[in-house]
Design a binder for this molecule. Structure first.
Ligand SMILES: [Zn+2]
Length: 94
């Protein structure tokens, strides 16, 4: 059965040394298949809100256990696509 998983990792913020939490989602088609469609969903420092997309060269990320996650793209991604299309349409008018 197809399931989506949320992976969280934590690493040190290069600005304030606070904890950056980074998330990505991946899909597993069934229990034994490999995860596919790995998509980063953002990273942010909990202390200073710096958006750091990966650990500093000297640092390392600590990975939390994957969490089963309901697909979030259904309404959210559709909405984004709609907004993007509207922007394109508006651009064409000028
Ligand atoms: Zn920070």
């Amino acid at each position: 059965m197809r399931k989506q998983y949320l992976h969280l990792s934590a690493y040190c913020c290069e600005v304030c040394n606070g904890p950056v939490i980074a998330g990505m989602v991946a899909v597993r088609e069934n229990e034994i298949s490999k995860e596919t469609g790995i998509t980063p969903v953002g990273a942010i420092c909990l202390s200073c809100a710096h958006r750091q997309s990966g650990p500093a060269e000297s640092g390392r990320a600590r990975h939390l256990l994957p969490i089963e996650w309901e697909p979030v793209g259904a309404s959210g991604a559709g909405h984004l696509t709609t907004a993007y299309t509207e922007t394109l349409n508006r651009a064409e008018l000028h």
